[in-house]
Design a protein around this ligand. Sequence first.
Ligand code: GCU
Length: 327
Amino acid sequence: MITRKSIICTVVGAALSFGMAASSYAATTLKLSHNHPRDHAVHKAMDFMAKEVKDLTHGEVRIRIYPDAQLGTQRESMELMQNGALDMVKSNAAELEAFSPDYSAFNLPYLFRDKEHYYKVIGGEIGKEILESSRKSGFIGVTYFDAGARSFYTSKPINSPADLQGLKVRVQPSPTAIAMVKSLGGNPTPLAYGELYTALQQGVVDAAENNIPSFSLSRHSEVSKFFSLDEHTMVPDVLVISTKSYDKLTPDQQAALMKAAKDSSEYMKKLWAESEAKETEKAEKMGVTFVHPDKASFVAAVQPMYQELSKTNPELSALVERIKNVK
Ligand code: GCU
């Protein structure tokens, strides 16, 4: 096993043998936690980023990725990062809502007109502002990763909100996701991602919502045989780093990390499209039916969320308006 110590020993040894100052070779290893398996597109994109960071910094900065929630759920990983035990976490806007309220804008249903609008917002000024918004909580966003659109899945087709009536629907711990499921007539049940397979299997919840690759790679497709493409939200994945870990890097290393992250999220767009196609096919082979509901009744049912927001949270409502106005 390559340990941090052995990396440092090798690097320092090499430096000495070349007669150079050993101090300039001290390697920094950033520990990154996330909750997807290695064959998930986001893991591959972050692997790509880790290689680029290593190249750009001539081995001075390395990123060690811990997948599969080995180091804890998304929430636990965020807490470990805030306590200094972890450097980076790949989370998503729904989970981050609890840490920085600006992220909640991304969790509103039918906010984005289409994929192009979504890419423009997350890749533009507003996206940048939101990544910066968590500084006071001890971390900053590094980049977004495409995570497609989220839709409902359960053991029957969901053609309109009426089909969600009375169903216990697993949501992420996000107040906006909870409000959305309520507006659509379901009973929202917040649960950690890793508990969902068993919860679906044992009937603790009846339904869930996610993108196709996550649905398939987490094997929820073994239990839920109808995936209804209502595409209610486009919630980006977000890579964050603690300000403490970021500030320890030199300006050149920070620039290398930011460049590699940006390149990897561009690369992710391609990986995502490939993964969606592949996982759709795999799910179909496993007997999953993809349903194409008319979205109009879903869109209508969530409009009160926007009206409510303008009354209760004018600041967030203004941010939502700015997002809508991005052409
Ligand atoms: C997506 C996202 C994860 C998140 C998961 C969930 O798959 O990539 O970050 O944990 O949804 O529904 O919990």
